[in-house]
Design a binder for this molecule. Structure first.
Ligand code: SF4
Length: 75
């Protein structure tokens, strides 16, 4: 069996394209991870932002909770 020059080029181009698009996918994933909004301590809201009656309100550090705590402190 003889492999033609065209088949070798085609295979080479396939591996180049695989490496190129694989690298592009990795860069895209890294960029999306880096662009994720960060919350203090990696917290996530568990009560749809309704802080009154939320079980973790005293220890929550999310902006909504901090704002509600400030509001409570003022009276
Ligand atoms: S205290 Fe407020 S911000 Fe924090 S998890 Fe509960 S509802 Fe969400």
């Amino acid at each position: 069996m003889r492999i033609s020059h065209q088949q070798v080029e085609s295979r080479r181009e396939f591996f180049r394209a695989t490496a190129r698009y694989g690298l592009l996918a990795l860069v895209s994933v890294a960029a999306s991870l880096a662009a994720r909004p960060r919350t203090p301590g990696g917290q996530r809201c568990v009560n749809q932002g309704i802080c009154s009656g939320c079980g973790i309100f005293p220890s929550c550090g999310l902006p909504q909770a901090l704002s509600a705590k400030r509001f409570k402190e003022k009276g």
